[in-house]
Design a binder for this molecule. Structure first.
Ligand code: SAM
Length: 344
């Protein structure tokens, strides 16, 4: 008798709850919290040097059960969360950290039904988060300049959702060229989300496609990128005053009386920058005084030797870094206080 091939597990998305089923990914944690992720297959086995666990023990079991292998090693079995999937997804380009993706959804104001334009797609980490947030009535259009990265992203997104996502489109090319071509009839994008090297090059195209009041959000790794993007938004004239920040998440160790911050944390991931598109044709109200005039010196910014760094041949003053400087009166007062203290 010829052996029949095992039936293929149905492909399904990872966004679900309920008892474990064929095709589900399951995260097994041992008593030392070492993690292993398996995909449930008919007749499948999970082998370690300690023993063998049959997939059948998990199929139909409740999410969160504790199972034992043939040598008595116990595992807590849980369906992975999106943050687990995001951190472990195979990648070409670096992905966004869950803490930053969470901030993007809130401060980029990604709402159910939103029409989001994203670039670059990288490994598809953020794309998946955006797709979950816009829901069935929204749309995410991702633009990626590298075909090889786009392919990895497509695989990651389809693996997560279990099939091509009906609300997702992916175009190859540069945001600056593709975004306006996708919207020939005028602005039809609610949110623009950029995670790339040079978002300042995309400000004009973003302004063209964003609806009035739409949100522009950029995620960048360095202060120079942050500054250039902020200045490009100001120079455009139809964006509100940019708001920039970074976030720190410090995990805590929780054991008995030893309740303290963990010794290690990710000190830096990136900076976030948001701004609103003003009504088309309406110039933004500008601040009365703007800091760091040195950073806006046209000659300096366009000097190829200073590309991205500003720089100056004249002496830098406090105003170049947004400070007011020290008034002579204040120095006099400081000297008086020192001398009076010395004589006391
Ligand atoms: C850091 S990765 C994005 C990671 C992604 N957010 C994720 O979570 O997986 C930056 C990507 O932007 C792409 N890129 C850079 N400039 C671009 C542009 N002007 N238009 C489209 N894609 C661009 C790069 O090829 C790269 O894949």
């Amino acid at each position: 008798m010829t052996q029949q091939p095992a039936p293929r597990a149905p492909r399904r998305g990872l966004d679900r709850t309920g008892p474990f089923d064929l095709g589900d990914k399951v995260q097994l944690a041992d008593s030392k919290n070492r993690l292993h992720t398996i995909t449930l297959k008919p007749g499948g086995q999970f082998h370690t040097h300690r023993g063998v666990l049959e997939h059948d023990q998990l199929i139909g079991a409740e999410d969160g059960v504790v199972v034992e292998d043939n040598r008595g090693t116990r595992y807590q079995a849980l369906r992975p969360l999106y943050s687990d999937y995001m951190l472990s997804m195979p990648r070409g380009a670096a992905i966004i950290y869950p803490k930053d993706a969470a901030q993007i959804l809130m401060w980029g104001d990604i709402f159910p039904g939103a029409r989001v334009l994203e670039a670059g797609v990288g490994s598809g980490g953020l794309t998946t988060a955006l797709l979950r947030a816009v829901g069935a009535d929204g749309s995410v259009h991702s633009i990626e300049r590298r075909e090889d990265f786009a392919e990895v992203a497509r695989e990651n997104v389809e693996t997560f959702f279990g099939a091509p996502h009906p609300s997702w489109d992916l175009s190859i090319g540069d945001f600056q060229d593709v975004a306006p071509a996708l919207n020939p009839d005028g602005p039809a994008v609610d949110r623009v989300v950029l995670d790339m090297l040079a978002p300042w090059e995309c400000v004009d195209a973003a302004a063209e496609v964003l609806v009035s009041g739409g949100v522009f959000l950029a995620y960048v790794a360095t202060v120079t990128q942050l500054s250039r993007t902020a200045e490009a938004l100001r120079d455009h004239g139809e964006f509100t005053e940019p708001h920039g920040w970074e976030s720190f998440v410090r995990p805590w160790h929780l054991e008995g009386l030893a309740v303290r911050p963990e010794h290690r944390m990710n000190a830096h991931t990136g900076f976030l920058l948001t701004s609103r598109r003003t009504a088309h044709g309406a110039r933004a109200l500008t601040r009365v005084s703007r800091p760091a005039p040195g950073s806006r010196d046209e000659e300096e910014l366009t000097d190829p030797a200073n590309d991205g760094f500003g720089g100056s041949t004249s002496e830098w003053g406090p105003q170049d870094v947004g400070e007011r400087g020290v008034a002579p009166r204040k120095l006099k007062r400081a000297l008086r206080d020192i001398r009076q203290g010395r004589d006391r």
